[in-house]
Design a protein around this ligand. Sequence first.
Ligand SMILES: Nc1ncnc2c1ncn2[C@@H]1O[C@H](COP(=O)(O)OP(=O)(O)O)[C@@H](O)[C@H]1O
Ligand SMILES: [Mg+2]
Length: 241
Amino acid sequence: MAVLTLNNVSKTYLLENRQVSALTNINLTVDSGQFVTFVGRSGCGKTTLLRIIAGLEQKTCGQITFQPTEAKIGLVFQEPRLMPWLTVENNMAFALQQEPDREYVKATVDHYLKLLRLEDFRHAYPSEISGGMAQRTALGRALCYNPDIILMDEPLGALDAFTRATLQKELTQIFQEAHKTILFVTHDVDEAVLLGERIVVMGGGQICNELAVPLTYPRIAASKEFYNIRSQVLAAIMEEP
Ligand SMILES: Nc1ncnc2c1ncn2[C@@H]1O[C@H](COP(=O)(O)OP(=O)(O)O)[C@@H](O)[C@H]1O
Ligand SMILES: [Mg+2]
């Protein structure tokens, strides 16, 4: 079932009386429960695409359809953007402020604290935890909201290589356990192939290729199949318009 459909979506920014075309005729259908990675060079329009889907930016033309119509969207950015005055658990519960059933809130937060291995840090403040934990907390906040779609814009980009590799692995485990629809933006080809069931290659504000990744998780970056898909993605990026 399609949870998100984009028809001929374009975006032009106005910059000092100049028109900057960020996206041109984007057509995309995402099925419920899919993990889609978007990869491309810096400036190819990845962030703009996510911001338009999130409703943070207006599209210039085209249609976007959600199913359900009032789809809930969770966001995770490169920086965790946590409230410094709230503990890890209260940052996660923040998305459920309006929820009257406090037992449900507690059970949900407990569930994701466990899934994200943050139980021992539930009372810690953002200044007391590592970058990886802060990003886990941001992911937990998005998951607690029980979104229909999670949008992630280079969420592991600011982490060191080891923390990043750990979180990549955990993210596929969380995806398999939580069955969420995830749209994940990265400029890292390996990361796109490690995580996505489907890779959308972008270039110059357009979708220039799409690949399915028929590999089970966890994926082995040294495998022949992985290498083949990685080569195809790289070739698509090099050939971009
Ligand atoms: N707020 C803005 N105003 C003007 N131009 C912008 C703005 N945001 C992005 N752009 C331009 O749109 C293009 C795509 O940017 P972006 O979506 O951030 O790419 P990516 O995330 O792939 O690096 C770039 O040419 C960028 O300079
Ligand atoms: Mg970006």
